[in-house]
Design a protein around this ligand. Structure first.
Ligand SMILES: Nc1nc2c(c(=O)[nH]1)N[C@H]1C(S)=C(S)[C@@H](COP(=O)(O)O)O[C@H]1N2
Ligand SMILES: [Mo]
Length: 295
């Protein structure tokens, strides 16, 4: 049986006029309507305004509205990506050359930040596996590491010591090769807005959002587990794996539920799904691993 959503139990006219009726609702009614279970099929995308107006991108400030306000100062053309390490075709690639021959796909994914908010985002991009096949991963490579552009003149946050710049992330090779893993270059059919990581960013839908490194300028194949920004910052709070897991809480807050951005005051809280709802596709990658240890 499908759990009811706030929309299910609310006539459309009231739903649209929520603001007007809110004043008349008692706190008790609101509490009764608030908790709802997430539905695996609940993939209604957030609006373009929500996706591009509420961001994490510390190079442009720590506030959720800072990236939208400040990221336009980043120049994304021309853009060069260094490919190095254990690859057959290393080099400094112009972005268009790196992507040439790769098919851009549409992917609507749940997005779950470690801070316990979430969205649904209609990305466009190329599977990372296709890109890795193109550059030729050598058998000795066990991980892929990514770096964001380091350009403090255009990324003012990099003049502050909030994080150890440049922002860095990484994946195990099998995670990187998984068909769900995307190098996003667009959303809603438009080129990726700067605040979302233009011109190219990583999207791993079963992991917390911080794995999704933005404005990538370097891809390194290595046999060592890469250092990752948030793990370096607070290793007891942010692990290398960062798989979405409602059963493993962050030391300072619960990960059992999440606030869906745009869900409204009463409808926005929902259960967090194991591997963010992608358990059937990815659980086998972590067979035999203790997910509370490898968080
Ligand atoms: N370079 C860089 N990449 C980053 C971040 C950042 O601060 N800098 N924030 C991460 C975090 S915590 C999240 S939740 C997502 C947010 O992506 P969005 O703004 O497109 O929703 O980007 C991730 N990638
Ligand atoms: Mo995040």
């Amino acid at each position: 049986m499908k759990p009811l959503t706030f929309a299910d139990v609310t006539p459309e006219s009231l739903y649209l006029n929520r603001r007007q009726i809110m004043a008349g609702m008692t706190a008790m009614t609101a509490a009764a309507l608030a908790p709802r279970a997430a539905r695996a099929e609940d993939l209604k995308p957030n609006t373009f305004e929500e996706i591009t107006g509420y961001n994490n991108y510390y190079e442009f400030g720590t506030g959720k509205e800072d990236p939208a306000a400040n990221a336009s100062m980043l120049k994304t053309d021309p853009w060069t990506v260094k490919v190095d390490g254990m690859v057959d075709k290393p080099g400094d690639y112009a972005l268009a050359d790196l992507l040439s021959g790769l098919k851009v796909e549409d992917r609507v994914y749940r997005f779950r930040c470690v801070e316990a908010w979430s969205m649904v985002i209609p990305w466009q991009g190329v599977p990372l596996a296709a890109l890795l096949d193109k550059i030729g991963v050598q058998p000795s490579a066990k991980y892929v590491a990514f770096e964001t552009l380091l350009r403090p003149e255009e990324m003012p946050g990099q003049k502050m010591g909030i994080l150890d710049w440049p922002y860095r992330e990484g994946l195990r090779i099998d995670e990187a090769m998984h068909p769900l893993t995307l190098m996003a270059t667009g959303l809603y059919g438009k080129p990726l807005p700067n605040q979302n990581g233009a011109p190219i960013r990583l999207v791993v839908p079963w992991k917390y959002g911080f794995k999704g490194v933005k404005a990538i300028v370097r891809i390194t194949l290595t046999d060592q587990m890469p250092q990752t920004t948030w793990n370096m910052m607070a290793s007891n709070e942010y692990g290398f794996y960062a798989n979405v897991n409602p059963n493993v809480d962050h030391p300072r807050w619960s990960q059992a539920s999440e606030r869906r951005i745009g869900g409204g005051l009463f409808g926005g809280r929902q259960d967090t799904l194991m591997f963010n709802g992608y358990e059937d596709q990815v659980a086998s990658l972590y067979k035999g691993m203790d997910l509370a240890v490898n968080y």
